[in-house]
Design a binder for this molecule. Structure first.
Ligand code: 2BA
Length: 109
């Protein structure tokens, strides 16, 4: 068994939830915050049998799209003033950031 942890943009989260349900995957959604943009995103925890990992990854790939998002200017307070960028910059976000972890044990009590 594997645990797929997928960080996706909030805009894609409902579409991905519905696709996972339709294909009979079980998932838990966590409200999360990106460390860089400090904007909300959604983290899915999906427990899957090894032989369905590729199918789950394909669903994530299909339902999560890449977008440009504006990163707010970083405050120079306490930091290096030379590195201060006083205007917002656009960064590409997503489609999804995905980790596939081995599961040592799975229990439901
Ligand atoms: P954020 O940390 O808010 O990052 C949003 C986007 O900002 C990133 O998109 C990337 O394009 C850019 N970015 C992040 N850190 C940067 C930095 N130090 N310098 C310049 N640009 C930077 P994605 O790479 O698609 O990541 C989307 C979200 O996925 C991230 O939101 C974070 O919540 C998560 N994530 C990405 N890589 C991760 C990792 N290695 N571990 C844990 N979470 C990760």
């Amino acid at each position: 068994m594997k645990l797929i942890t997928a960080v996706v943009q909030d805009q894609d989260s409902n579409k991905l939830s519905q696709a996972l349900i339709k294909h009979q995957f079980r998932a838990t959604k966590l409200a999360s915050t990106g460390g860089f943009l400090r904007a909300g995103n959604t983290t899915f925890m999906i427990g899957v049998e090894d032989d369905r990992v590729q199918e789950a990854l394909e669903l994530i790939r299909k339902n999560c799209q890449s977008r440009e998002q504006v990163a707010p200017p970083v405050s120079p307070m306490g930091g290096n003033v030379d590195a201060y960028v006083p205007y917002p910059v656009e960064v590409p976000v997503g489609g999804a950031t995905v980790f596939v972890l081995p599961v040592e044990q799975f229990h439901q009590f």
